[in-house]
Design a protein around this ligand. Structure first.
Ligand code: ZN
Length: 123
C-alpha cells in the first residue's frame, strides 16, 4: 500500500502537468526554428548552406528526441497517478522515498534500486 498523501499527489500532478505544458511549448518553438521543417528554405542551396541545414537539423532533432523522451516520462507518471501506482518502485515494488519523489517526480525506482541500476550501467 502506498502512503503518499493525496495532497502530495495533487502537488506532483500539478507539477507534472506544468512541465508537460513547458515541454510542449519547447517542442513547438523547436519545430519553428528547424530550417529543414520550414517551407521554402530548402530552396536555398548555396554551397555551405546545406551542411549548415543538416547540422542544425541534426542538433535540433537530438534536442527534440530528449524532449519527447521527457514528455513520455511525464505522461507515464501521470498515468501511474491515475492508476494509483504512482510512487511504487518498478523493481522491488516498495514505496519510493517521498523526499526522492519531491526532487525527482518522475522517478520510477527507489533510491536503492536506482543506485543498483546506475552501477550496473557503469560496467
Ligand atoms: Zn526499489
Amino acid at each position: 500500500m502506498l502512503n503518499l498523501p493525496q495532497k502530495t499527489l495533487a502537488k506532483v500532478r500539478d507539477l507534472l502537468l506544468r512541465r508537460q505544458k513547458e515541454v510542449d511549448q519547447q517542442l513547438k518553438s523547436l519545430e519553428k526554428s528547424d530550417p529543414v521543417l520550414l517551407d521554402g528554405v530548402a530552396e536555398a542551396s548555396e554551397s555551405g548552406t546545406e551542411s549548415w541545414l543538416a547540422d542544425t537539423h541534426r542538433r535540433l532533432t537530438a534536442v527534440k528526441n530528449d524532449l519527447l523522451d521527457f514528455s513520455s516520462r511525464i505522461t507515464s507518471s501521470l498515468l501511474r497517478i491515475k492508476k494509483g501506482t504512482y510512487g511504487k518502485c518498478e523493481r522491488c515494488k516498495i514505496a519510493i522515498e517521498t523526499e526522492r519523489l519531491k526532487v525527482m517526480p518522475m522517478a520510477t525506482l527507489c533510491l536503492a534500486c536506482s543506485q543498483k541500476f546506475v552501477n550496473s550501467k557503469k560496467r
